[in-house]
Each structure stands twice: as structure tokens, then as C-alpha cells.
Design a protein around this ligand. Structure first.
Ligand SMILES: Cc1cc2nc3c(=O)[nH]c(=O)nc-3n(C[C@H](O)[C@H](O)[C@H](O)COP(=O)(O)O)c2cc1C
Length: 190
């Protein structure tokens, strides 16, 4: 296994996955890592929804509708292919999670801190997967924000916000992504 530093530096978002199952052990490790994230005031605001076959199927009409709208809006001449691709992203992902963060409508600072903590949890999950050779993609596409998704997943929109879906699986390829050097983003004050 890579050192923690190597694991962080080598992680990339993975967009295409092999048709290969990810073991329950690896998924459990990722959930443990996520649950261990820091949070202010011990609020533990994160929840993980593992999205199985039937729930994925129930999302197909919505994904189809949203993909058609997006495709037609950008003037695509391959609307049907765009829809097939959008459905496949959800249906064929070896692992699919929705991650939510607790809402606090009466306390915007708490909600912001809880969102930050849930981002830490999500990234712990991503890094744990990566340490086991499993790549992932955090997505915030329209399906993750639609009321119908909340309904199909049984999530109360007044209490929790879906901060994204995480799709995970063994990478087909790992993109090379430019990153600014730390010098460019660091200011040393005396
Ligand atoms: C908050 C957030 C939302 C993202 N949403 C999407 C998304 O909807 N679709 C997508 O393809 N990638 C999404 N990404 C992945 C980013 O595009 C990716 O992290 C970025 O290109 C940098 O690449 P890297 O993760 O390999 O460093 C998201 C990432 C973050 C942090």
C-alpha cells in the first residue's frame, strides 16, 4: 500500500470503471474512514446511502428526462446516445453512494461547518477507496439535486442535503490533471 502522502498525491477522479465488483471489505473500510472525519461540536452531520439495483432502476425515468433536457439545450445531435450514456453512468457504476449533510436552517454557521465536515468525510471515503486501488468520482449533476431523487432515496430534503453522488470502481484509466504548485497558492507571513 502507498504511503498516505503518495495516496493523496496520486489520487485522481476516475470517470470510467472496469466491470469488476468492489468487495464489501473495501466498501466497509471506506465507510469507516468516512465516518472518522473531523466535525466541529461532534455533530457527525454525514449520512451515506448505498444505492442498489432497484433504487437505481427507479431513477431511470428521471435521469432520462434530465439528460434529454441537457442534451437538447446544448443542441446535441445525438440526444439518444447522450441519454444512454447518462443512464449507464448510474446503472453501471460498480459502487454508488449518495452522501448527505445535515441541514440547520436556524443556524447557517452550523450548516456551513457541517457541510465542510461532510466534505471531509466524503474525501476520506475517496482516499480510502484509492488506497485499495479503487477510483471514484464525486458528482453534483442535476440528478443529485432533483426533488424526485430525494423522494426515491427516501431522504427528507428539509433535514438533509445531498452533497453529491460518489461512483466508485476499478479504474479503466487514470487521467493526468494539472495542479498548481503549492508555492503558487501559499503566502508566508512573517
Ligand atoms: C464539489 C465537486 C463536485 C464535482 N462534480 C462533478 C460532476 O458533477 N461531474 C464530474 O464529472 N466531475 C465532478 N467533480 C470532479 C472534478 O471535476 C475533479 O475533481 C476535477 O476535475 C479535478 O480532478 P481530480 O479530482 O482528478 O484532481 C466534482 C468535484 C468536486 C470537488
Amino acid at each position: 500500500m502507498n504511503s498516505p502522502q503518495e495516496n493523496i498525491l496520486s489520487r485522481r477522479t476516475i470517470y470510467r470503471f472496469m466491470d469488476k465488483e468492489v468487495s464489501d471489505m473495501i466498501i466497509t473500510q471506506a465507510l469507516k474512514a468516512a465516518s472518522c472525519a473531523p466535525c466541529h461540536k461532534q455533530t457527525h452531520p454525514w449520512r451515506f446511502y448505498s444505492i442498489g439495483e432497484n433504487t437505481r432502476k427507479s431513477l431511470i425515468p428521471l435521469i432520462t428526462k434530465l439528460a434529454r433536457i441537457k442534451s437538447e439545450k446544448k443542441g446535441s445531435n445525438s440526444v439518444d446516445e447522450d441519454i444512454v450514456r447518462a443512464v449507464s453512468k448510474i446503472q453501471d457504476a460498480p459502487v454508488l453512494f449518495a452522501i448527505t449533510s445535515k441541514l440547520s436552517p436556524e443556524d447557517s454557521f452550523r450548516e456551513r461547518e457541517d457541510y465542510a465536515a461532510t466534505v471531509c468525510a466524503l474525501h476520506n471515503m475517496v482516499l480510502s477507496f484509492w488506497a485499495n486501488g479503487v477510483g471514484s468520482l464525486w458528482s453534483t449533476g442535476s440528478v443529485t439535486r432533483d426533488d424526485e431523487t430525494y423522494h426515491k432515496l427516501g431522504i427528507n430534503k428539509q433535514q438533509e442535503e445531498i452533497i453529491g453522488f460518489v461512483r466508485a470502481g476499478y479504474p479503466i484509466s487514470t487521467p493526468d490533471v494539472w495542479k498548481p504548485s503549492y508555492e503558487e497558492v501559499t503566502t508566508y507571513l512573517d
